[in-house]
Design a protein around this ligand. Structure first.
Ligand code: PRP
Length: 209
């Protein structure tokens, strides 16, 4: 049975495709150009390239049997899928960050700019802190620089964006990496194929290649 795989475009795309190829799951991975759906030669898999935030949507709805999604997105949206494997790539951290020299006023309502609204809410609720969430879609670091927010909840990978904007990490909320996720029904009906893909990837991940 053909396994349909949702893969993320953007930052993770190259690494994900390279990993799939090394594992022998995909044969020919050339430049995808603007193409969106790829049939692999052996007919074992078909894969789609979609925006990272949409991978869990395709998997949850069963259009894709499996997919590669960041733990940040999985935690934020809690899709009803199985998380099969930590791919140990795309590593970064979900952090609270602020302008260097920022001093918190503990009793005040904290203005938090973020893409990760649920993550921010649940983090601050666990601390019992009142917040106002300002939902943004990108360039989150701009919010405190323009005094629109006190802090941000965002991903930090190399730390370059923070450094170049005179900002720093205040707290680390979670370690993030890419995960192999599966549709729950597909995992029942295509168990053998999905387990094979998982173990091929798992072997590479554990070799730390
Ligand atoms: C992400 C994240 C940070 C930056 C961190 O943004 O939101 O802004 O990368 O990376 P660094 O620590 O290596 O500098 P992304 O580049 O994905 O774009 P965005 O601002 O549109 O979210």
């Amino acid at each position: 049975m053909t396994v349909n795989i949702a893969l993320p475009k953007g930052r993770l795309a190259e690494k994900t495709l390279a990993l799939m190829k090394r594992a022998g799951i995909l044969q020919d991975v050339g430049d995808p150009g603007r193409k969106l759906v790829f049939e692999d030669e052996g007919g074992m898999v078909r894969y789609f390239l979609v925006k990272p935030w949409d991978v869990p949507v395709y998997v949850e709805r069963g259009v894709a049997d499996i997919g590669v999604a960041g733990k940040d997105i999985v935690t934020e949206n809690c899709p009803d899928v199985y998380e099969l494997l930590d791919l140990k790539m795309g590593k970064c951290r979900m952090c609270v960050c602020a302008k260097n020299g920022y001093v918190d006023r503990p009793g005040s309502k904290l203005r938090v700019a973020t893409k990760f609204v649920n993550t921010a809410k649940s983090y601050y609720s666990s601390l019992g802190r009142r917040i106002e969430v300002i939902k943004l879609n990108g360039s989150i670091e701009l919010a405190p620089l323009m005094n629109m927010s006190d802090v941000i909840v965002d991903l930090v990978e190399t730390g370059t964006t923070l450094k170049e904007n005179d900002m720093g990490v205040v707290n680390v909320i979670a370690e993030i990496s890419a995960r192999l996720i599966a549709n729950k029904t597909a995992y029942r009906f295509k168990r053998e194929e999905i387990d094979k893909i998982t173990s091929l990837l798992g072997a590479l991940v554990n070799e730390n290649i």
